[in-house]
Write a protein that binds this ligand. Sequence first.
Ligand SMILES: Cc1cc2nc3c(=O)[nH]c(=O)nc-3n(C[C@H](O)[C@H](O)[C@H](O)COP(=O)(O)OP(=O)(O)OC[C@H]3O[C@@H](n4cnc5c(N)ncnc54)[C@H](O)[C@@H]3O)c2cc1C
Length: 495
Amino acid sequence: MVKRKKVAVIGGGVSGLAAAKAFDAKGHRVCGFERSHDFGGVWELSRSYPGVQTQSPKDLYRFTDHPMPAEYPEWPKGPQVHAYLHSYAAKHDLPRLFRLNTEVLSMDRRANGEPGWTLTLRAGASEWSEDFDFVAICSGQFSEKNTISHPGQEAFVAAGGRVMHSSDYTDPTLAENKHVVVLGASKSGTDIAVNAARNRAKSVHIVYRQNVWRVPYFIGGINFKRLLYTRAQEVQFNGWGRGPFARMVATVTRPLVWANFRGLETLLKFQLGLKKHNMVPDIPIEKEASCSLPIVTPGFFEFMNEGKIKPVIGTFEAYEKDGVRLSTGEKVPCDIAVLAIGWKLGVPYLPQAYRDKLIEPDGQYKVYRLSVNPDLPDMGFVGFNSSFCTVLSAELIANWLVRYMDGQLAHQPTREEIERDIADNLRWRRTERPAAQVYGGLCSAPFHFRHFDELMQDMGARKWKRSNPVVETFSYPDAGAYGRFLTTVPDYRAK
Ligand SMILES: Cc1cc2nc3c(=O)[nH]c(=O)nc-3n(C[C@H](O)[C@H](O)[C@H](O)COP(=O)(O)OP(=O)(O)OC[C@H]3O[C@@H](n4cnc5c(N)ncnc54)[C@H](O)[C@@H]3O)c2cc1C
């Protein structure tokens, strides 16, 4: 018999909702904690910059049992995603499981030596401790802002200039009639540059260190989901754990793979005009493909063509009167500097001694199936990994994690197996696929199918591929189909 447990779910974004549903469905007592006043995480309205929309097409950013509304565009806007998450929470009556405005300050092993953790919590002026048998960490990768300052910042701000993190750029009227300089050209950087140009900024510069491949929503007129999210594409990357046969196949097919990616690069160079903008990356696309590969913000290249967004390869050196001096030596006019420099990866409420067990000195995370670490018992991550289809990924991991906790995986791994897998994966990231080290090694792209296959097989699913092999090979992950596959996993209920 599986014993009913008291489970803490930290965070009320996509992953927290997925975890709360999965643990509740198995009969556990779920206590969710979200420090914000609302669900949604990065999609919560007060945190979203104007114009934000998904990078993933809508059928790749959904839960298995809850399609996005038909009237939503292919790439929904932030408020639409927020409404979608609310409708999912309402459908499964998840709000009853959460306390909003409640922050987890710290967690530690139970003092009485029993399994589980004690969480220190704060809501308003009250602080208290509470014991849990298991903790699902769903606080995401976007909760602690990265910070950076440059010489002259204080005087620049004192003279009326503004310096802000990209997540604080929430009012587009800010840019009107102002010189805007964006530091960083990941998706949030290009989104903000486009938004500022659209909102009549006097000038917009985007300053970034190096060129990276960028994928437009349509490649040669075809939605990128049909080209890049397929098993046929995925097998062309050097995934983990390849045996002698897979290596031999890779050697034989190398010229074809090479030609495929050179063709893709040529198309991207031509379509986006990368040469004209001096934006051709040095690294072959197949070596770079990972979660850090941004989707092109609509309007970005068009505004550059019109001269309304000016790209500069370099970084900030110092703030000066009315401007920013760059590492290139030039000074660009600046009223508002937007730092699109990302977020600190981590679990700040986990004591250092546990973080040391979780993170290697080079910043690489040690997590099996992107979820658990054998030295941190009675806890697991949901959605700590980046992905190009995070919602489905979080839901499958949540379903895997509850079974792992209950010892109900069809293949329940031993400690030795977990340790060996973690060591092999670290070796693969460090020696065979350096791009996989991005975000602490917590990125499942471009290996979504591999990852999902492992989770489904661990759970004992009788089916994890669509019946038509052509569709399965050449089509993107189908969330609805994964919902049906989940019904083939052995069921149980905790008591
Ligand atoms: C602008 C933007 C666009 C994106 N677009 C896509 C996309 O198109 N496709 C895709 O796959 N991914 C996308 N992502 C990645 C995105 O992060 C994930 O898709 C997903 O929203 C992550 O959900 P999460 O619940 O794991 O984390 P979050 O959304 O970050 O939620 C974590 C929650 O935990 C809460 N929390 C943190 N610390 C504590 C604490 N100590 N106590 C209590 N609560 C806490 C936070 O308040 C937050 O609500 C995008 C991200 C951003 C920022």
